[in-house]
Design a protein around this ligand. Structure first.
Ligand code: CTP
Length: 133
């Protein structure tokens, strides 16, 4: 059994998210996803997510490629989560390239290429800019 762990907010779920999760899942046979809490997202990105933490968890848990979800409350606890879930591989998007190398002592760390031209932030900006909405 090869276990993969990844983390993210996954707000306003989009194709970049599903591609990342499907590629992560393909590296092993058990995908665990830490979904950022609303408070963590506020501290990380300066705003609360559009979708609540409960809804984001439900969406991720409902995906065929995902086996387990949990709420990530603190960025400082990644090592504890990796150990707790006995992950063999940590997957992060390459926007984080190099910043998680310290976890190499617990598991393999793989950075995956992001899907170009899409992000939650951009979707929110586009929706805000549509007149009469
Ligand atoms: N991701 C990706 N390709 C994208 C957008 C996100 O592969 N175009 C990946 C990220 O690298 C991360 C995961 O999806 O591993 C969750 O990313 P998240 O930060 O929740 O999504 P973003 O769309 O990047 O959100 P934001 O714009 O708020 O930063």
């Amino acid at each position: 059994m090869k276990k993969i762990i990844t983390f993210g907010t996954f707000d306003v779920f989009h194709v970049g998210h599903i591609r990342l999760l499907q590629r992560a899942a393909a590296l092993g046979n058990h995908l665990i996803v830490g979904v950022s809490s609303d408070a963590l997202n506020k501290s990380k990105k300066g705003r609360f997510p559009i979708y609540s933490e409960r809804d984001r968890l439900e969406i991720i848990a409902g995906l065929a490629c995902v086996d387990k979800v949990f709420v990530e409350h603190s960025l400082e606890e990644k090592a504890e989560y990796i150990k707790k879930y006995k992950a063999d591989i940590l997957v992060m998007g390459d926007d984080w390239k190099g910043r998680f190398d310290e976890f190499n002592s617990y598991c393999e760390v793989i950075y995956m290429t992001r899907t170009p031209s899409i992000s939650t932030t951009e979707i929110i900006e586009v929706v805000k800019s549509v007149p009469n909405h």
